[in-house]
Design a protein around this ligand. Sequence first.
Ligand SMILES: *Cc1c(COP(=O)(O)O)cnc(C)c1O
Length: 297
Amino acid sequence: MTSVDTLHPRLPSPLQEVSDDRFTARGLRLLLKRDDLIHPELVGNKWRKLAPNLTAAGGRTVVTFGGAYSNHLRATAAAGRLLGLPTVGVVRGQELASRPLNPSLARCAADGMRLHFVDRSAYRRKSEPDTLTAVLRAAGAEGAYVVPEGGSNAEAVRGCRALGEELRGLADVAAVACGTGGTLAGLAAGLAPGQRAIGVPVLKGGFLTDEIRTLQRRAFGGPRGSWRLDERFHFGGYARVTGELAAFAEDFEHRHGIPVERLYVAKMLYGLVALAREGAFPRGTTLAAVVTGRPFP
Ligand SMILES: *Cc1c(COP(=O)(O)O)cnc(C)c1O
């Protein structure tokens, strides 16, 4: 019953070439890797990360963690409904318990996810074994299969390797937005020698390089692939969308007729345009921009 293949994912995801003068004028090709089309509800990299975890859960309740607008929580809740798996979402912010649910959490609840709100200090310590045990007990989720916040455990990172493998022979550089970095860690591992990946962190902090190394060590036993981060395009931090970024995203949507998710995908595309303008890529380079998701709602 937990076979994710019964959901008919569109894999490999489509690869779409677009004509954009900001690239073509510099002799660059731009391809969009449409992971946003993998599944209507279990969108994008969330599919690639969750699918192996849902299999590993083997029918047990799946419990995971997220903030009030988490794409990962919504994807987990949708997976639960589609596969008939009970899900529990541990949400950061005790105060949210006494307010009407925002649209993202309302969607989770409508998909059957049981929401359990915890205060911020407990949430921060949720990976410490004692805190985790206490949170699971309070949430009535003892014995459940635990997927970490953002979904990036070893299974998830190995699941994202297929994204890189699908791009073999088709692009020189793959660009992806990074939250936890799990998608980049897997993508880089799946690329062929000579291909490289660029990650655009959407959080401010500069801590992600070490975390991606750790994710690759846990998933593969050591470093894999050729990748680097460009830390300049977070626009102030997670969920910050400036007027300039919003205008960029709207313009991209008009040029190419695809919906541009603002928190991750827009920042990656903006970064890629900036890198092209700076002359970061030699003429003749083919770029693949991974469209990891789509706007909510
Ligand atoms: C979750 C998410 C990401 C970040 O993925 P990580 O593996 O955590 O780096 C990127 N893009 C979209 C649209 C997402 O929802």
